[in-house]
Design a protein around this ligand. Sequence first.
Ligand SMILES: C[S@@+](CC[C@H](N)C(=O)[O-])C[C@H]1O[C@@H](n2cnc3c(N)ncnc32)[C@H](O)[C@@H]1O
Ligand SMILES: [Zn+2]
Length: 280
Amino acid sequence: MLNTVAQYLRCPHCRGETSLRERSLVCPAGHSFDVAKQGYVNLLPHASAHSADSQEMVAARAAFLDAGHYAPLSAALAALARRTAPEPLPGCVVDVGGGTGHHQARVMEEFPGADGVLLDVSKFAARRAARAHPRIGAVVADAWRELPLRDGAAGVVLNTFAPRNGPELRRILDPRGVLLVVTPEPGHLQELTGALGLMRVDERKEERLADRLSPYFSVAVSERLTSPMTLDHAALALLVGMGPNARHLAGEELARRVAALPPTCEVTLSVTLTAYRPLA
Ligand SMILES: C[S@@+](CC[C@H](N)C(=O)[O-])C[C@H]1O[C@@H](n2cnc3c(N)ncnc32)[C@H](O)[C@@H]1O
Ligand SMILES: [Zn+2]
């Protein structure tokens, strides 16, 4: 797949165009990046990114998403993409901080001829994403730096629970394109904050997000999705293990707290999906 998506990428060192030569992505200035045997390419200019999801977190996320617990979210994102994307699509579908590629794979079904590029700073995520969908190419990249994508390469950019770098998101989006952002609401997973002692969603996150994107984008559509999930102990452990709480709640302590809950729990999925148009 990297063969096809090389046309959307650019060299992280010199911004040159890239093409695939055997098992490497190369630019005219001679910079070269090996394609890993798992099918992704690492375009990080330097080793970095302490925020990358670990192998365990990515495995938990993959198992939780594959069980279908966030299927209403993938479906809502795909429907919003279908409704707001220009036709024909002026570029590819990019997911920034796309994790395992689960949501993007669902979105790709709405755009049968389109190519997809998933960026994530975690090589464990990129490994999974390379297998998520036949039309997705997976790239290791840091969302807080210059993205290794050409100006206007994307017709749709997705961002679900991931870092948002306003100027770079604007730069990679075609002027006719759309940016779709998913953010948690204060009620998201609220049943677990008390029961398991998880961190709460920052209620002012929404406000700060708007501030960061507003110089570059205007809001076209904003919709709330609230959906109940019925989770057993195994699913609860995966849900904690895939998120920010995994860094300080794991192993025996997590198992002990989960074991103290009823066999199944109702947990609320509550997010806002926002479609942004780029400002001129
Ligand atoms: C909460 S997960 C969401 C993954 C995916 N969007 C989803 O909804 O399933 C956040 C993702 O952002 C990635 N990430 C964190 N910091 C990043 C950065 N600076 N650049 C790119 N990706 C980053 C993590 O590795 C992780 O895969
Ligand atoms: Zn180069």
